[in-house]
Design a protein around this ligand. Structure first.
Ligand code: HEC
Length: 255
């Protein structure tokens, strides 16, 4: 029994020594922690930022990234009217069918359609991007540790590669990408998109807005959840007060 334990201990020690250089070469990434509008216990999404963020997604990111879990009608929640949503959806063409003759046909998008993918399938996406697959962005904020800060970091973290780093064609150096090499060209730069509400047209602001939009997309019920949580807390508070009063009365009667 003792020998078995010793053997296991020895095995782990050897493994630890063998693997430690690998572990050491991966330096931890310090994310640029932001103060997000939506992160407090009571806070909500900033509607104007959500709409600007959607515009950034639509004009820039949608060229390479799908968001297959979001339908046009969901945009009502971020302040678009039914008419506006109909018009936005109709800008895209969808394949539908088959019709009575058995043929597929093209039709303009409807509010019930989901955001259109820029690719017919994953292989087509990889073929365009030197083998890299731009992930679907519907849930990216939940799929990454510290999602909002991570995505904000990636969008603002492009730098010249340190000397001696070998980058292949289509690769870029990014401070916040694990391993620092990313196959996405810098998608945003200052003054790239006109903001009509006077918001600064900086890279950082664009990144904040699109991250706000992506966070809403990944968790559209966040506000409802917070509101429900507040109601429960309020209920418990009042309930505690009532129980306290009742308890006092009962004991007063006993005495
Ligand atoms: C020209 C195409 C292109 C555009 C435009 C583009 N991306 Fe990407 N993106 C990619 C590719 C390719 C990858 C995969 C990179 C990799 O795996 O190295 C990627 C990866 C990502 C990732 C994943 C990073 C990670 O943690 O693994 C995020 C997040 C992302 N993009 C967000 C965005 C956002 C937000 C926009 C719009 C502001 C955008 N991208 C615009 C091509 C693009």
């Amino acid at each position: 029994m003792k020998i078995k334990r010793l053997l296991i201990f020895a095995l782990f020690s050897v493994l630890a020594v063998v693997l430690s250089p690998v572990a050491h070469t991966v330096e931890p990434i310090q994310l640029p922690i932001q103060d997000w509008h939506f992160s407090g216990p009571l806070s909500t999404f900033d509607r104007a930022s959500l709409q600007r963020g959607y515009m950034i997604y639509r004009r820039i990111c949608a060229a390479c990234h799908s968001m297959k879990h979001v339908a046009f009608r969901n945009l009502e929640a971020i302040g678009y009217s039914e008419e506006q949503i109909k018009a936005i959806a109709a800008e895209y063409m969808y394949t539908d069918g088959p019709d009575e003759g058995g043929n597929m046909y093209e039709r303009p998008g409807l509010p019930s359609d989901y955001f259109k993918s820029p690719y017919p399938n994953h292989n087509a996406a990889r073929a365009i991007h030197n083998g890299a697959l731009p992930p679907d962005l519907s849930l990216i904020i939940k799929a990454r540790h510290h999602g909002p800060d991570h995505v904000y970091g990636i969008l603002t973290g492009y730098e010249a590669a340190p000397e001696g780093t070998a980058l292949r064609a289509g690769q870029y150096w990014n401070r916040y990408m694990p391993g620092h090499i990313i196959a996405m060209m810098p998608p945003l730069a200052g003054n790239m998109i006109a903001y009509e509400d006077g918001t600064p047209q900086t890279l950082e602001q664009y990144a904040r807005d699109v991250v706000t939009f992506l966070t809403w997309a990944a968790e559209p019920m966040l506000e409802d959840r917070k509101r429900a949580g507040m109601k429960v807390l309020l209920f418990l508070l009042i309930f505690t007060g009532i129980m306290y009063a009742i308890q006092k009365r009962i004991w007063a009667a006993v005495r």
